[in-house]
Design a binder for this molecule. Sequence first.
Ligand code: MG
Length: 241
Amino acid sequence: MEKALQISTISFDGDMTLWDFLKVMRHSLKQTLMELRKHVQTPRASKLTVDEMIAIRDRLAEEVKGEVWSLLEIRRRAFERTLEHVGHPDKDLAAHLNAVYRKHRYGDIELYPDVIPTFDALAPHFKLGLLSNGNTYPENCGLDGRFAFVVFSQDVQVEKPDPKIFQITAERAGCDLTEMLHVGDSLKSDVMGAKNVGAPSVWLNRDRLRNDTDIRPDYEITSLTEIPEIIGIRRKNKTCQ
Ligand SMILES: [Mg+2]
């Protein structure tokens, strides 16, 4: 008979699992672009798009990968590049744009509606934590005090799916990896990362995408509200043995 999992701890991914990162990122860049155009009136500034700003940032992030871990610093440098791109290099303005971006990036973030009800249901029974390759700290998104442990790749300088970051997370949680259920939207970063260290995994597939990889999660869900049921079933199995 399959050995039932004994789960004491649940680690959650952040971006696209607890909040819609892409939506708030694009919205924040749009606000920043409007601010940029107040200060810069070159033809290139008037043609600049959010997609171009994303491409400039992503190219820069690739260039400094493994050297610069602070995502806000990468973003600030990306605004410097963006200003160079529109023919108006200006470090002070880049810092100002970064502040505008940050104000919207954190101020306008919205949790998915299933987050709080799920946390309320799980918190009395499990230790909950956050394991993120991003930079939205609990106090920036209305989740202050909700987590027993928090691990950010930019702080520990290793990122999912590297086994090291899962080991650091289990150490901070004070549990064995086999009893830490990891929940995330990325098959590669979250599911494969967890599997590689023997942690049970949940693939959150909000958009019901087809899994055309060979990465197999232990569970697949379309809403976080399914988690208590998954664990409830597991507990029942354990009681039966
Ligand atoms: Mg994610």
